[in-house]
Design a protein around this ligand. Structure first.
Ligand code: G6P
Length: 451
């Protein structure tokens, strides 16, 4: 039994089954992992889903970490809920990603998938209800588990329930595409919580506007997640990162760098970022052979056709740019498609310019991490669509994510920024980025929930 419970689709650990049949555990990082470390692991429990075959095998063998409970949900139900609803419907709604002449289509198949989403949420609600002490605090994470607060409230009215949304929230007009009964179920699920958290006032306001009077009994609050400077700098100075840095330095030479790091994710706007870089090399030819664009775009959600197609388009456009401008000793874009965190940290250290141009993004921690880690201080080109825009806009060069020409000009300004100005801005960006580090972010929510 636990007094503090966290629930999320993706947990802090994952298992891989190797050829010999033994299980390899991999610990993940991220804000929630650092956040939860603020409370004693004896009283806390993290409930998450078994994501793949390795995780399921671990559950069957009873292998696990203290303080973590993985739910082995029926694989078909899980796939329908995760791919079919969470990532193909709710993610698209909150990020305004639909190609509206074609999508969304709410038909009988959608209703079937929604049924799975409901049972997947119920599996979490039941596990939480079984594990929570009387009056315990439960902090549910993200759009995967939007129905859990309402379901859990029915099972255990004694609990304090919070939900945090790490994505944006859809505007009311966008959410109105969803059939009335489903939209109401979604909002009712969320409003089962005592407290709802968002990264920015804009997303919180979008939720309030969608919920209308329904939100009266629930506090809707803003907790903008930041980074832990000390922890991040320590990670960025491990020998494995030094090694990657030496490799990158050899490739880049004495050229300047424009760095971006993202999942290959539709909302990250990687294609328009590349188009802006191409326009920069065209309208400001003086940068040819004097800059390298380090673009780390590691694979994500490749079960979805739209993500596979997007990943292919990113690679194709990078190839085009290299073919158009490259020379025997200069490759304008270096794309890395491996999920290589040490390499990303090495790129952060090397960054002269950071490019963060999502169309719509809950927070975007990369925008906060690069200024903290960059060695000479970096100029940040930041889209108005990132949650981080709110806190970083004063010292970033801000752009409309759809305006490729404006982004190209901002890249030019960023590359041309005098070093003292760049260092000053970067220092202020780093200060803003670390205002609410993960442990504080977590404890503030927990304290508010218990108050
Ligand atoms: C976003 C979501 C997280 C999710 C992450 C990675 O940041 O807010 O909940 O875990 O993307 O996506 P994945 O589908 O790989 O878990």
């Amino acid at each position: 039994m636990a007094t503090v419970l966290v629930a999320s689709n993706r947990g802090p650990v994952s298992y891989k089954l190797d050829e010999a049949g033994s299980l390899d555990a991999r610990r993940g990082g991220g804000g929630l992992v650092s956040g939860l470390s603020a409370v004693s692991s004896q009283d806390s429990l993290w409930v998450c889903a078994a994501l793949g075959a390795g995780d399921r095998e671990a559950v069957r063998r009873g292998v696990g970490e203290p303080g973590v409970r993985m739910l082995d949900i029926d694989p078909d139900t899980y796939t329908d809920a995760y791919n079919g609803i969470a990532n193909s419907v709710l993610w698209f709604l909150h990020h305004h990603l639909y190609d509206v002449p074609r999508e969304p289509v709410f038909d009988a198949e959608f209703r079937r998938l929604w049924e799975s989403y409901r049972s997947y949420n119920r599996a979490f609600a039941e596990a939480l209800a079984a594990e929570a002490d009387e009056g315990a605090a439960v902090l549910v994470q993200d759009y995967h588990l939007a129905l859990v607060p309402g379901q859990l409230r029915e099972l255990r009215p004694d609990l304090r329930i919070a939900h945090f949304t790490h994505t944006p929230w859809a505007s009311p007009e966008y959410l109105r595409m969803v059939p009335d009964d489903i939209r109401e179920e979604l909002l009712r699920g969320m409003l089962g919580a005592d407290q709802l958290g968002f990264h920015t006032e804009e997303w919180a306001a979008a939720f309030r506007n969608c919920a209308g009077d329904g939100a009266a009994g629930t506090r809707v609050e803003v907790y903008p997640l930041g980074v832990d400077a000390e922890e991040l700098r320590a990670l960025a100075h491990r020998p494995v990162v030094d090694e990657r840095l030496a490799g990158l330095r050899a490739e880049v030479g004495d050229r300047k760098t424009i760095v971006r790091v993202d999942r290959t994710e539709l909302s990250k706007n990687i294609l328009r970022g590349l188009l802006a870089y191409r326009e920069l090399l065209t309208t400001h030819p003086e940068w040819r052979d004097r800059v390298v664009h380090l673009a780390s775009a590691y694979p994500s959600r490749q079960d979805l056709e739209s993500y596979r197609a997007y990943t292919a388009s990113v690679a194709a456009l990078a190839d085009e740019i290299n073919a158009e401008f490259g020379t025997p000793d200069w490759k304008p874009v270096l794309v890395s498609v491996k999920d290589d965190f040490p390499r990303s940290l090495a790129a952060y250290r090397l960054a002269d310019v950071a490019l963060v141009n999502p169309v719509r993004d809950g927070m975007n921690l990369v925008a906060k991490e690069i200024p903290v880690v960059s060695e000479a201080g970096c100029a940040l080109v930041l889209s108005t669509g990132a949650g981080a825009y709110d806190e970083l806009k004063e010292d970033a060069l801000t752009v409309n994510p759809f305006d490729v020409s404006e982004t190209a000009e901002a890249l030019h300004r960023a590359l041309s920024m005098p070093p003292p100005e760049r260092a000053d801005r970067s220092k202020r960006l780093a200060a803003a980025a670390t205002a609410l580090p993960p442990q504080r972010w977590f404890l503030n929510q927990l304290e508010a929930l218990r108050a």
